[in-house]
Design a protein. Structure first.
Length: 398
């Protein structure tokens, strides 16, 4: 038995001994574990599973051991991921710190920043949010106006961020700020780590048409941030921001594939609402739509796997992450719409207050469809992704 097969056997033993049976069943959005100081666990076993995974460094498998990871090679990390997926294990921890900030700190952070922030991220003790977009700086992110003025051993932060996912539940924010108003808009930006408990930070949730929302507005009014919380040099923020966005789009693609796998298969949903005729759905057009959606999902999974293997070998995602983000979100929107079509009248239960006679799952069908409309905006708009694909992958002229 070679080293990789020995590692595979070790992972299987770990899963069998450490993953509670309840964590080997499908879970919904309410069961997701995001960690943090105010972590919520829908089941006690979720905390047990997180602690056991973190103790082995498996929440951040390729990170060095001294920063809370397992120090695995890309090949070992791929085996771990495959075995967890094969055993039906739930994701122990969802975290912007794991998917976005961590890789950036490993590349650009000081040793003090790595040791202070990476181990708590890997253990799920601190929850992070992303402070990028502003009311006047969305797709043109470099036009941001939130200012961080250096005063002695601290930066004083003033401004506003918007569409800040889960800012109302986060402990810390990684934030793009303008450190030099006199410099060009791409060169006068810094990447700052901000404690959300700091005086002068306020958060206001944004309610969407779906009835709930992860998005918030975040305001900074004279917030003092230690100068040691600046990652890299004062003008290096744009370079760091672009590196982080590639990790973000790669993680969006991976999460989207996982969410598809957790959904009730479209054909099963159709049989529940429409019945079948000798094993076949009665509507041939709907059969074609379901088959096409499932084939598209399979192609997306295979492409995601190839991209993940490439990223693991090079330790950083490339512009192909924009392809995964773009197609994954478009596929999600089509699948959510198809689920509402299949359910018919039962898919119209998302009203406030909830209408009598609709099950919670039916009420969620419409809410999920409405929520999916934001997919073409969050994480970089569809138009921006198409520009990146055209220029950086296809090499098309401006």
């Amino acid at each position: 038995m070679d080293e990789l097969e020995r590692f595979r056997a070790e992972v299987r033993r770990f899963i069998e001994e450490s993953c509670p049976p309840s964590m080997r069943t499908p879970g919904g959005e309410a069961d997701e574990v995001w960690g943090g100081r105010r972590a919520v666990f829908s089941h006690p076993d979720a905390k047990v599973w997180l602690d056991r995974m973190a103790a082995r460094g498996f929440t951040a498998p390729t990170w060095p051991r001294e920063y809370g990871g397992a120090g695995l090679s890309p090949a070992e990390a791929a085996i771990l991921d495959a075995e967890l997926h094969g055993a039906g294990c739930r994701m122990a921890l969802r975290s912007l710190g794991l998917w976005m900030l961590g890789p950036v700190l490993l590349r650009f952070g000081s040793e003090a920043q790595k040791r202070a922030h990476l181990p708590p991220i890997a253990r799920g003790e601190i929850r992070w949010c992303q402070g990028y977009s502003e009311p006047g700086a969305g797709s043109d992110l470099a036009s941001l106006s939130t200012r961080a003025e250096r005063r002695g051993d601290a930066f004083v932060l003033d401004g506003q961020k918007t569409w800040t996912s889960h800012a109302d539940r986060a402990d810390w924010m990684f934030c793009l700020v303008r450190t030099d108003p006199a410099a060009s808009k791409h060169e006068g930006i810094g990447f700052l780590l901000v404690d959300m408990a700091s005086p002068g930070v306020s958060v206001r949730p944004i309610k969407l048409i779906s009835g709930s929302s992860p998005f918030c507005e975040t305001f900074f009014d004279g917030v003092r941030v230690p100068a040691g919380n600046l990652v890299g040099a004062p003008g290096q923020g744009w370079i760091i921001a672009k590196a982080l966005l590639e990790h973000e789009r790669a993680s969006i693609g991976k999460l989207r594939s996982a969410s598809f796998a957790a959904e009730e298969p479209l054909a099963d949903l159709a049989r529940r609402y429409l019945g079948d005729e000798g094993g076949a759905l009665p509507d041939p057009v709907l059969r074609d739509r379901i088959a096409q959606a499932d084939l598209d999902h399979l192609a997306y999974q295979l492409t995601s796997r190839r991209a993940a293997e490439t990223a693991q070998s090079s330790r950083t995602p490339g512009p192909e992450s924009s392809v995964l983000k773009l197609y994954g979100m478009e596929l999600n929107k089509r699948r959510k719409e198809l689920r509402v079509v299949i359910a018919g009248f039962a898919g119209l239960g998302a009203v406030d207050p909830p209408a009598a006679g609709f099950t919670p799952a039916e009420r969620d069908l419409t809410r999920d469809w409405l929520r999916s409309r934001a997919n073409s905006i969050e994480g970089g708009t569809t138009e921006i992704q198409l520009n990146i694909i055209a220029k950086r992958i296809l090499g098309l002229p401006d």
